[in-house]
Ligand binder design. Structure first.
Ligand SMILES: Cc1cc2nc3c(=O)[nH]c(=O)nc-3n(C[C@H](O)[C@H](O)[C@H](O)COP(=O)(O)O)c2cc1C
Length: 351
């Protein structure tokens, strides 16, 4: 293992830095974040098509997988092209997490991630997620046991700490590295803060300075420019895009183009937006079935059309449509309306 003073060599392929997480070789350092209710295989496939080199599942309960309860197994669903795939697990029991990691790998995970950042009540009340930031001994036990259970790359996702009074991400990052993880993701906000306040990328830089394994930066990544900025400020090896990808999976392509040419890319044309929404919707409906799929896809439709002129009116009517064909017809009419085509952001002007 290289020492912190010897940073891993960065190799470029077609202008993009390729990177390794353990035995996994990735074509660039742009990842889709684990997001509960969002990072399903449908959205992952869309993110991959625009360049995300690694996509994570939403967090999955280790206990749920071990006992076969709830929707845990459903969250593992992954079509053949959905690779490489990181499966994120949450739990507080080392043995259950190890057993769940084995199941995840058997079901196709290329990488296992352990959630140590979720501040949601039903997760932390059992000592899992961000509650682990308060329990370094348990962190060490979990990572050691899971490390022995699986040979695939293992990562953890951390917060800054539990509260402003107990910021300990550097200490926890050192512990997990010593216990054998292959990379660490840092979302530098405390659990108590949730999503309030800015992400403090300087903390990510502190972690990067002491670790020899790759550090993945997360937090407040809204544009391709933010991806460049977090790399400059934190020196991180990879960047995880979360809320910035909602309704904007093109962010990955924008960042890659910017990295390659130094020029900032424009957004999608109405035709490309329509094609992407259509593809995403078909994938979601195939995954969940027509009715549930339509319900689940609603939020994406909202994000994809947010900020477009007449978007609010469109969403009102589209919510009333019941069939896939009617929704797509209505979408086509909206995206090719004079209002949208003539908007300043449109790249597909009317002639
Ligand atoms: C709706 C939503 C769901 C999330 N679910 C998870 C999750 O399941 N596991 C996890 O580690 N982080 C989860 N996160 C946190 C993100 O992965 C990311 O670290 C965080 O949003 C900060 O990045 P951003 O400010 O660029 O959005 C979630 C975030 C959002 C907005």
């Amino acid at each position: 293992m290289p020492s912190p003073s010897e940073p891993p060599e960065r190799v470029k392929l077609c202008g993009h830095e390729i990177m390794n997480i353990g035995s996994l070789s990735l074509s660039n350092g742009l990842f889709l974040a684990p997001m509960a209710g969002i990072s399903d295989s449908a959205f992952r496939m869309v993110a991959r098509s625009f360049g995300a080199s690694l996509c994570y599942s939403e967090m999955i309960s280790a206990e749920g997988l071990v006992r076969g309860t709830g929707r845990s197994f459903e969250y593992l669903a992954s079509p053949p092209g959905d690779k490489p795939l990181g499966i994120q697990l949450f739990g507080a029991n080392p043995e259950a997490l190890a057993e769940a990691a084995i199941i995840a790998v058997e079901q196709g995970a290329d990488l296992v991630d352990i959630n140590m950042g979720c501040p949601v009540k039903k997760v932390i009340r059992n000592g899992a997620g961000a509650a682990l930031m308060k329990d370094p001994a348990r962190v060490a036990a979990i990572v050691s046991v899971v490390r022995r259970a699986v040979t695939c790359p293992l990562t953890v996702k951390l917060r800054s700490g539990w509260s402003e009074a107990s910021i300990n991400v550097v200490e926890i990052a050192r512990i997990v590295q010593d216990c054998g993880v292959d990379a660490v993701t840092v979302h530098p906000r405390t659990a108590v803060r949730g999503f309030r306040g800015g992400a403090d990328w300087r903390l990510t830089a502190q972690v990067k300075n002491v670790l020899s394994v790759p550090v993945i930066g997360s937090g407040d990544i809204w544009t391709a420019a933010d991806i460049r900025r977090i790399r400059d400020v934190a020196g991180c090896d990879a960047v995880m895009v979360a809320r910035g990808s909602l309704g904007n999976p093109w962010i990955f392509r924008d960042a890659l183009r910017e990295e390659e040419s130094g020029l900032s890319a424009g957004g999608p044309s109405p035709t490309e937006r329509e094609e992407t929404i259509r593809r995403h919707m078909h994938l979601a409906l195939d995954l969940y079935g027509e009715n549930r799929g339509m319900f689940i896809f609603r939020k994406h439709m909202l994000w994809y059309t947010k900020g477009l002129p007449g978007g609010a009116r469109f969403r009102k009517t589209v919510l009333e449509e019941k069939s896939r064909e009617a929704v797509l017809e209505s979408l086509h009419r909206f995206l090719h309306s004079t209002e949208v085509l003539m908007s300043p952001d449109s790249q597909e002007r009317l002639v």
